[in-house]
Design a protein around this ligand. Sequence first.
Ligand code: HEC
Ligand code: HEC
Length: 316
Amino acid sequence: MKPIVAGVAGTVLLVGTIFVATIISDKITVDSIVEENDTTVQAQLPTTAAAQSVVYAPPSIDEVPEGPMKEAILNGYELVNNTHVAADEYVGNQLSCTSCHAGAGYDEQASSLVGVMANYPQYIGRSGGVVTIEERINGCMVRSMNGKKFEMNSDELEAMVAYFAYISEGIPIGAKREWAGTSDMKNVPIPNVDNGEELYGQSCIACHAADGSGTGANTGPALWGDNSFNDGAGMARMSKMAGYIQNNMPVGAAGTLTDQEAADLAAFILSQDRPEWPNHDKDWPKGGKPNDIMSKEKREQVKNGTIDWEKVLSTN
Ligand code: HEC
Ligand code: HEC
């Protein structure tokens, strides 16, 4: 009997080994493709084919199950939706996370955060290393919110992570979220700032005010000036701002602006004054820094007419 058992076990082992080896070689292929395209940009956890097809079906915030996690989840929702009030000692402007991640991240179009837990940790070129979800939240705190980082074991950060885990229910680790990262315009047309100013006057001031200071974090957030994001934020890049506008603005008529109009608007908005990010020189430490970051230097160039838009837009 013994040799037969060993034989069967051996066959199972062998078949198993071949199977695992196939999976591993598949993964290696997928990984190297990701790396070729994205070495200095972003690389998510490697996925298998099975993990790729996921549907957008987050659980409702009105149906958080009773239990010891409920308070943290609801607190996290409040912190994301009403950030400059709920975490005012950390936030340096008048925005909430909802100002960009509409509906506290529930909105499928506007930089959705549904399922976000499935894609962290993640390699991010801007940081030059692997970034956890906590660090990613703090990244938006110091740039988009022009504020301070939460301490790693703070109630606020724990609550936000609990909330993001809640709206990531059912999304497997490494899944490709088709609804995420959609607000990125690939080939931004050369913009016309004067036309952007005119369009802004026609379609945006009702909610964002003529001077860009906004009408409220969740009704029309500040687009420039002291109460807006700083120029180290993702939104301070032409590709992200133009893509966001084209996908989402004006609220109620999203998708009606052409790429050209969205680029004109982005260029007008990003040539206005805003808080400065002090650590531009530390970003993208391993290279690959994009040219479309509208820093103070580029804002000056727009004002004195020396900006080279072809160069600014060449890396996107
Ligand atoms: C001024 C706009 C803005 C604000 C305000 C903002 N973010 Fe973001 N956030 C972005 C952009 C742009 C990205 C990058 C998305 C992309 O590249 O598609 C991003 C990305 C993220 C990501 C990673 C998403 C992913 O799919 O990998 C997380 C998590 C996040 N933000 C959390 C927050 C939190 C929490 C707050 C509030 C404390 C916040 N953000 C405020 C603009 C903003
Ligand atoms: C009816 C009101 C309304 C109009 C009109 C409108 N917005 Fe918005 N905008 C919002 C709201 C509300 C948000 C917050 C996110 C959300 O809820 O979609 C927002 C967010 C934004 C953001 C991201 C947040 C930030 O601080 O950068 C940008 C950029 C933006 N709008 C640009 C525009 C532009 C450009 C126009 C004109 C084409 C425009 N909006 C017209 C209401 C409006």
